[in-house]
Design a protein around this ligand. Sequence first.
Ligand code: AMP
Length: 249
Amino acid sequence: MKVLVAIKRVVDPNIKVRVKADGTGVETANVKMAMNPFCEIAVEQAVRMKEAGTVTEIVVASIGLPQCQETLRTALAMGADRAILVEVATEVQPLAVAKVLKALVEKEQPGLVIMGKQAIDDDCNQSGQMLAAVLGWPQATFISKIEVAGDHADITREVDGGLEKISVRMPAVVTADLRLNEPRYVTLPNIMKAKKKPLENIKPDALGVDVTPRLTTLKVEEPPKRGAGVKLADVAELVSKLKNEAKVI
Ligand code: AMP
């Protein structure tokens, strides 16, 4: 079975995000970028499934600036076989991501698509669901376990009250949650090997997809600064403040 994994390049999660001075978005110039952590989990899952013999080929795809090649190379170093960059100069919103990925699914014919549950920059949590909708495929979101058995996959999902077990028909779209696995570190020999793996560069026009944004960002603001704390004399004062000022007890 061939697997398609969608990966997004985002601001490194260890970096403090800064809002642009003009309030139009988040500063990305001269900022360290990395693979979206949930996408790393998605790649790791595909690699583990290949190691277990369920998967024969892993194709990774990213939609964005030419610099996404670097992120794709990381996925290749983790164990993916081939990469596709769909080069776009502007921001791509979830519906456009879903349409591009649908075109890639039609081109590559994978038996499974693995995505992150959400991108940590836009926090949309929409692309996987939209892809399943435009393909008319079953979907399993927030997965923490997957076992493919013939024409279906047995899946455990993380839900508010605990874990939900479902079975989905294949082909399907699944989105990875935090507990699905712990991604491996890439080793230097694998980074070197990844440089020789195929990376195809295509434009959305060649796929017949219009990626023009449908939503307009009006303003991006920093959250309000936290006020300074106060030191209290004793527990009695704390209880009194919680009761009379914060009114939470
Ligand atoms: P989102 O819906 O933006 O929260 O993203 C959810 C998932 O969709 C991500 O974890 C990726 O797997 C995929 N995705 C979103 N944007 C892109 C992109 N520009 N390129 C490739 N995959 C993406």
